[in-house]
Design a protein around this ligand. Structure first.
Ligand code: 13P
Length: 261
């Protein structure tokens, strides 16, 4: 499949190595952008994609406060995602946001288990599983993030860590329930460091993720339907190579998603 770039930064033809899974480019704005800045950036991105015919699925994940602002672009080639949510339906959970508060705003995607949530906010494989169940119940499309730390990679533990993260996240769920699942492979050491994972290695891990899911559900077909994104220092100069890999279906972009170009 040949795609025109999603934003000005991705002007080149992006070649995706397979055509049976819809490519997704998601921007995780993390804790950046006031509502005014979010409006400007959203408008600039809309302007950038205006004349594009063959677009990937573009998902913008601003901070909670800018979700209503970005949601005004929903349906114009952009989908809106949240960076997190609580797994409870409602209740005395000061500072948390429930799934129905997101869907109410027009949010359709949610990041679950981003490594910064795991690292700084105590999220575990167990909470990822609980959040995934709640997200699916509310028909939010989950982007479940997995990835190893530098220590784990250097100790040859990357594959076992990732397989464990996947198995725990998907525990007690059926293929039917998981039919909208998206996985993002984000090696922690590649996030915000400028050290992008070599594309062949990212592809090997994306395959490992599919094999793990195939083994869990005893299915060859199911893992083939799941988009696997790569994230970690993705920018205009390296996205093409990542997306050309057979098992990588898109990108979860942090820093580079903060500018429209
Ligand atoms: P960077 O693209 O800034 O490395 O961040 C990646 C990321 O964490 C996206 O979720």
């Amino acid at each position: 499949m040949c795609l025109r770039g999603a934003t000005g930064a991705l002007q080149k033809e992006i070649v995706v190595a397979h055509s049976h899974r819809l490519p997704i480019i998601a921007g995780n704005w993390k804790m950046h952008k006031t509502t005014g800045e979010a409006k400007q950036l959203t408008e600039a991105i809309l302007q950038g994609i205006k004349n594009e015919k063959e677009l990937p699925k573009i998902v913008l994940c601003p901070p909670f406060t800018s979700l209503p602002t970005v949601a005004t672009a929903a349906g114009k080639g952009i989908d809106v995602g949240a960076q997190n949510m609580d797994h409870h339906e409602s209740g005395a959970f000061t500072g948390e946001i429930a799934a129905n508060m997101l869907t109410d705003l027009g949010v359709t995607y949610v990041l679950i288990g981003h490594s910064e949530r795991r690292q700084f906010f105590g999220e575990t494989n167990g909470t990822v599983n609980l959040k995934l169940k709640t997200a699916l119940k509310h028909k939010l499309i989950p982007i479940v993030c997995v990835g190893e730390t530098l220590d784990e990679r250097e100790s040859n533990l990357a594959d076992s860590v990732i397989s464990r993260q996947i198995a725990a996240a998907l525990s007690d769920l059926t293929m039917e329930e998981l039919k909208t699942l998206v996985i993002a492979y984000e090696p922690v050491w590649a996030i915000g460091t400028g050290k992008v994972c070599e594309s062949a290695e990212a592809n090997r891990v994306a395959k490992l993720i599919r094999t793990t899911i195939g083994n869990l559900f005893k299915s060859k077909e199911f893992p083939e339907t799941i988009p696997v994104l790569y994230g970690g220092s993705v920018k205009a100069s390296n996205i093409e190579e990542q997306l050309a890999q057979s098992d990588i279906d898109g990108a979860l972009v942090g820093g580079a998603s903060l500018v429209a170009e």
